[in-house]
Design a protein. Sequence first.
Length: 173
Amino acid sequence: MEKIKQAILQANGSNQKENRSTFQLIVFKQKGEEYAINIDQIKEVVITPPITKMPQTLPYIKGVANIRGNVISVIDLEELFELKKNTKLDTHQQNYTLVVDSDEYKFGVLVQEVPNTLTVTSDEIEKSPNIIHSGNQSDYIKGVITLENRMIILIDIIQVIGGESTNNVFTGT
C-alpha cells in the first residue's frame, strides 16, 4: 500500500512539473537594471525613428513617431519610473523602440540596447514583496526573476500605461 501511495505522489509531482506554464519575455536594461515584458505585449522591435516632441506633455512622453505608417506616442520608462538619469537620451546613438499594440493602447517604449528574449517557467517568477510597492506599482510589477547573478523585474507594460500615475493619457480620459 505504501508503494502505491509513493507511486501516486511521484506521478502527481511529475504532472505538476508538466503543468508549469512557460513564458517568453523581452528583456531590456534601463539604467543598469533589467526589466522584462511578456512577449505577447510587444508587436515588434524597431530602430527608433525620429521623434517629434509634442508641447505640454508629461516628461516621460518623448513625443510621437511614425512607425510603418502609424503615428504612435513614445515613452521613456526611465522618466516614468523616475530612475536617475546621468545623461539625456542621445539622439545620435542607436536606440530601439518596443512597439506595444493592445486593444486599448498603441505606443512605443524607448530602450537603448537591443532587447533579448528569455523563456522562464512560472516557478522561476517570484512575487515581489509588497513592501517595495507604493501606489500603483503593485498593479504593474508582476514579480522578480532571479537567474544566477541577475535579477530581472517583470512588468506588465499595459498596466504601466493604464495606471493612474499616467493619468490615462493614452486613452484620452
